[in-house]
Design a protein around this ligand. Structure first.
Ligand code: ATP
Length: 229
C-alpha cells in the first residue's frame, strides 16, 4: 500500500530549461527495500535522482516525500532523513576521523559499518583509495540513520570486491529499514541485492519488476547500455 512509500514520483517530468529529460515517471521506494535504477548513459537517471531529492524542480507531475507533495530544498529533506550520495564527497584536506566528525558521525559507528577504515583514521582523505573514499562517504550518509538513501553510481570506477562491499553495506542497512534507490552501472551486482528494478531509456521507464523477473532481459538491458555508451 502506497501509504508506506518513503518517496514517490507520480507522472514526474523533469529536465533543464524547457526540455524534459525524464517524462511521465512513476516510481516509489518503501522502507526496507533496495531499488535499482538502471539505464544507458543519458537515460535520465541522475536527473531523476535530482528531482526526487528536491534539487531540481519537477516540470510536471509530482514528488511525494514522506507522503507530502511539494518541493522542499535538499537541505530540508536531508534533515528529514534523505541522504544523497553522489561523487565521492570527502574533504581531502582532512583526515578520515575529522571527515567523520565534520559529518557528525561517531567514529565507532562508522567502524562498525566499515572496519577497513580503522587503519586509515589519521590518513588524509585525499590519500585514500577510491574505494576507501566511497566507504567514508557512505559511512557519513548511513551513520546518520537516514530513512532514504539516493545513491548515484556509488561504485563508479571501483574494483569488483569493493563494489560488493559497498552494496552489501546498503543491503544490510535496508534489512534494518532503510529504503535505497541506487543508480548503478554494475547491473548484475546490483540485481543480486535489489528487491525491485526500474529500467530507464530515453527518459521513460521501459521495464520494471523484480530482479528475477528481469533476469531474462539482462542481455537486452546490457546491450542497450553498450549501444548508448
Ligand atoms: P549518465 O550516466 O551519463 O549520467 P544519466 O542517465 O544519469 O546518464 P542524466 O545525467 O540524467 O542521465 O542526463 C540526461 C540528459 O540530460 C542528457 O542528455 C544530459 O545531456 C542532459 N543534462 C544533464 N544535466 C544537464 C544540465 N545541467 N543542463 C542541461 N542538460 C543536462
Amino acid at each position: 500500500d502506497t501509504d508506506t512509500s518513503l518517496i514517490e514520483a507520480l507522472s514526474l517530468s523533469a529536465g533543464y530549461g524547457s526540455r524534459p529529460v525524464v517524462r511521465d515517471l512513476d516510481l516509489e521506494v518503501r522502507p526496507g527495500e533496495v531499488v535499482a535504477l538502471l539505464g544507458p548513459n543519458g537515460a535520465g537517471k541522475t536527473t531523476t535522482l535530482r528531482a526526487l531529492s528536491g534539487s531540481l524542480a519537477p516540470m510536471g507531475g509530482e514528488v511525494r516525500w514522506l507522503g507530502e507533495t511539494g518541493r522542499a530544498p535538499l537541505h530540508r529533506r536531508a534533515r528529514e532523513g534523505l541522504a544523497y550520495v553522489g561523487e565521492r564527497a570527502v574533504f581531502t584536506r582532512l583526515d578520515t576521523a575529522d571527515n567523520l566528525r565534520v559529518g557528525r558521525v561517531r567514529t565507532q559507528q562508522a567502524l562498525e559499518l566499515f572496519p577497513e577504515l580503522e587503519r586509515r583514521l589519521s590518513t588524509g582523505a585525499g590519500m585514500l583509495s577510491g574505494g576507501e573514499q566511497q566507504m567514508l562517504s557512505l559511512a557519513r550518509a548511513l551513520c546518520r540513520a537516514p530513512k532514504l538513501l539516493l545513491a548515484d553510481e556509488l561504485s563508479l570506477g571501483l574494483a569488483p570486491l569493493v563494489v560488493d562491499r559497498l552494496l552489501r553495506a546498503v543491503r544490510e542497512a535496508a534489512d534494518r529499514g532503510l529504503g535505497a534507490l541506487l543508480v548503478e552501472q554494475h547491473v548484475r551486482k546490483v540485481l543480486d541485492i535489489a528487491d525491485r528494478v526500474y529500467v530507464l531509456h530515453r527518459g521513460r521507464v521501459t521495464m520494471t519488476g523484480t530482479p528475477a523477473e528481469l533476469r531474462g532481459n539482462l542481455d537486452a538491458i546490457e546491450s542497450s547500455y553498450l549501444a548508448q555508451a
